[in-house]
Design a protein around this ligand. Structure first.
Ligand code: SAM
Length: 294
């Protein structure tokens, strides 16, 4: 099957199957060889690797993955794409096409069945309407994942890799950085896709940590504090935490915890590093007497 990254070959496949793009599935197919090279360079696929591709489309990236990986599983929601994938990937015996919604897939069971629970690599040009649930679902699943290399909306990539004190920094940055090291691999303009999206895109490479970079007794509390701090973004940390009904901390407890963490009472949540949020979670536990629920 011809090299699908060439726009004329993608068009030929679409016409052959009279395929119509479905907006609801976020279908923007990649048609730029330079971007494909950048994705593959960032993902560093070798012939030992088991790769999960989310949303293979007509199989453009899948073909490249099959060339480099030991085995590829491609999970596609759109039934209309399945016969096309069987055609475009017919030359490869190391690929399995799975018709499924990635958000409904039991990723732990899948990893065990397909790769004996060994670490896998994930590569995808993601449907933008569900980027965050997909990425966070994978990270939080605790399934062995070595890395995640994904095309996402540019602003989402910027939020994932942002550091304290920037306007992009928020709960998503901290959630992603708790599980993985983030690197921006490429910025990708709309003309690299068919059809063209209205927004810019970027490839982000996440290298998953074997254990989180901060030690924490109560993860739920850590993320509750992070969410509360950014819900009241423009306010001080004291105000953010005291207005959060889920936390039910008194102002005195909040003052005490912030001071014991070594922070000024005027500090804003957006200034805190992940380490500082982790320290804050520990002092909040102590001052409020929250027991270790783990
Ligand atoms: N990988 C192809 C490429 O780069 O040309 C297609 C990328 S396109 C941005 C996103 C793909 O994800 C589409 O094929 C779409 O049908 C598929 N998709 C959308 N929602 C999905 C879901 N919940 N589970 C699995 N695949 C999904």
């Amino acid at each position: 099957m011809a090299d699908l990254i060439k726009p004329q070959n993608t068009i030929a496949v679409l016409q052959k199957y009279q395929f119509h793009f479905q907006k609801k599935f976020g279908q923007n197919f990649l048609i730029d060889a330079h971007v494909m090279d950048k994705i593959l360079a960032a993902a560093q696929i070798s012939d030992n690797d088991f790769v999960l591709e989310i949303g293979p489309g007509i199989g453009t990236m899948t073909q490249f993955l099959c060339e480099h990986a030991r085995a590829v599983a491609a999970v596609e929601i759109d039934r209309n794409l399945i016969p096309i994938l069987h055609d475009t990937l017919s030359g490869y015996d190391n690929v399995e096409i799975v018709q499924e919604d990635i958000l409904k897939l039991d990723i732990g069971k899948f990893a065990l069945e397909k790769n004996n629970g060994n670490p896998m690599k994930i590569v995808a040009n993601l449907p933008y309407y569900i980027t965050t649930p997909i990425v966070m679902g994978l990270l939080e699943s605790r399934v062995p994942i070595e890395s995640i290399t994904v095309m996402v909306q540019k602003e989402v990539a910027e939020r994932m890799k942002a550091g304290p004190g920037t306007k992009e920094y928020g709960a998503l940055s901290l959630a992603v950085q708790y599980y993985a090291k983030t690197e921006l691999a490429a910025n990708v303009p709309p003309n690299c896709f068919m059809p063209r999206p209205k927004i810019g895109s970027a490839v982000i490479h996440l290298t998953c940590y074997p254990t989180p970079p901060v030690q924490i007794t109560d993860e739920k509390l850590l993320f509750a504090l992070i969410r509360a701090s950014f819900n009241q973004r423009r306010k001080t940390l004291v105000n953010g935490l005291s207005h959060d009904p889920g936390l039910s901390l008194t102002k005195e407890q909040i003052h005490q915890a912030i001071e014991q963490t070594g922070l000024p009472l005027t500090v804003r949540g957006e200034e805190l590093t992940l380490e500082q949020f982790a320290q804050l979670a520990e002092t909040v536990r102590m001052v409020s007497g929250i027991s270790n629920k783990q």
